[in-house]
Design a protein around this ligand. Structure first.
Ligand code: 13P
Ligand code: SF4
Length: 369
């Protein structure tokens, strides 16, 4: 069985500022005041899936691609990353050594990123490359540990996000005959299918089965090898929900994230990254009713941001990323206080050897984006 904690260490855990010390309102008040006071020392990045009381602190809001691109140009000593662990690692890899990246709560991980680790990938790579003489190019979704980013860097591959997956996969298939895509099978399958590759040419490598559950013949025949990983949040949307909505409310436009499963993406009217979804909601005419298949904090924010449209979740069960949810104002305030005292806490640091390989793959992605 895979170690569900992957390459992360999750025991470095700071107790929050208690409710007896400060009320929620006092926490927000002090955090906003400290943000102003520390403006020359720190910059705050926030992923769109963060809650409103956190995203309002962000100097830069973005999806994974934008945050990775913007992190590289930040000139403040501290970057406070309101997102999840792999995003903070990416920012650390892309910034000079004299900058510190802080993840307010180190437990903010990603269940999908934890579905692959370096040992399992090395084992898969050794088997796959033994089974075929054709060149396999590895591409990892940015939602993975730095060690996996280093793996693709060391093996001539690239990283992608949901915004640039198509152009990166096209590049990979120009470079070689086969693609190994991890850890998200759905982004891999949905993107490859959109590019004209039939599902019959794709196989699943399941790290919990002997040889990934694949025979040498299956590997030789396949064009695309997809890792058995998925996002538990986007798994919450079903094709049945799409069909029901289309039947009962045919005026509703249905847009989903490509981390949703293949049948959901096929049934929906449109699919695209977080940035794509935001742009489409902005573009659609006033009066539009839009059901969105992605994380609930973003869906609710879009609804508030565009009062002339109705934006709601495709699922009645309000799919929430519980790991993003861990970044709360108390943790943010504890990070700000520590920066003020020049005793920063919750720093995410990637060792230089890993960072070197990962930087190769990130630079490849950024040059192709
Ligand atoms: P993007 O920000 O690339 O759309 O990814 C969505 C996501 O699940 C982030 O973890
Ligand atoms: Fe990971 Fe899914 Fe949460 Fe994104 S939404 S951080 S992929 S668990």
């Amino acid at each position: 069985m895979l170690d569900l904690f992957g390459d992360y260490k999750k025991d470095d855990h700071l107790p929050p500022i208690s409710e007896t010390e400060l009320s929620d309102a006092e926490v927000l008040k002090e955090a906003h005041a400290l943000k102003k006071e520390l403006k020359d020392k720190m910059l705050i990045l926030g992923h769109h899936y963060q809650q409103d009381d956190i995203i309002e602190f962000a100097d830069i809001r973005g999806d994974s691609l934008k945050l990775a691109q913007d992190a590289s140009g930040i000139d403040k000593p501290y970057i406070v990353f309101c997102g999840v662990h792999f995003m903070a690692e990416t920012a650390d890899i892309l910034t000079p050594a004299d900058k510190s990246v802080i993840l307010p709560d180190l437990r903010a991980g990603c269940s999908m990123a934890d579905m692959a680790n370096r040992d399992a990938i090395d084992k898969a790579w050794s088997y796959l490359t033994k089974c075929t003489d054709e060149k396999i190019v590895p591409v990892t979704y940015i939602n993975c540990t730095a060690k996996l980013k280093a793996f693709v860097g060391e093996n001539g591959g690239s990283i992608c996000t949901s915004s640039n997956a198509e152009s990166i996969i096209k590049w990979a298939l120009d470079e070689g005959e086969k693609l190994l895509f991890f850890p998200d099978q759905h982004l891999g399958r949905n993107t490859c299918f959109k590019m004209g590759i039939p599902t019959e040419d794709m196989v699943i490598y399941d790290p919990n089965r002997l040889n990934g559950g694949l025979t040498p013949e299956q590997i030789q025949k396949a064009k695309v090898i997809l890792w058995y990983g998925y996002c538990s949040v986007h798994q919450g949307f079903t094709a049945e929900q799409v069909r029901k909505l289309k039947k009962e409310q045919p005026d509703v436009r249905i847009i989903v994230h490509p981390e949703c499963s293949f049948d959901v993406v096929q049934e929906a009217h449109e699919a695209g990254s977080t940035a794509y979804i935001i742009n489409r909601v902005r573009e659609l005419p006033a009066g539009s009713r839009i059901a969105v298949g992605t994380e609930i904090n973003l869906v609710n924010r879009l609804n508030a941001q565009f009062p002339d449209k109705e934006v709601f979740s495709l699922s009645p069960y309000q799919c929430l990323c519980t790991t993003m949810y861990r970044v709360r104002p108390r943790w943010l305030l504890a990070s700000f206080r520590a920066i003020k005292d020049d005793k920063p806490i919750n720093i995410v640091k990637v060792d230089e050897e890993t960072a070197k390989g990962a930087r190769l793959a990130l630079d490849k992605m950024l040059s192709l984006s």
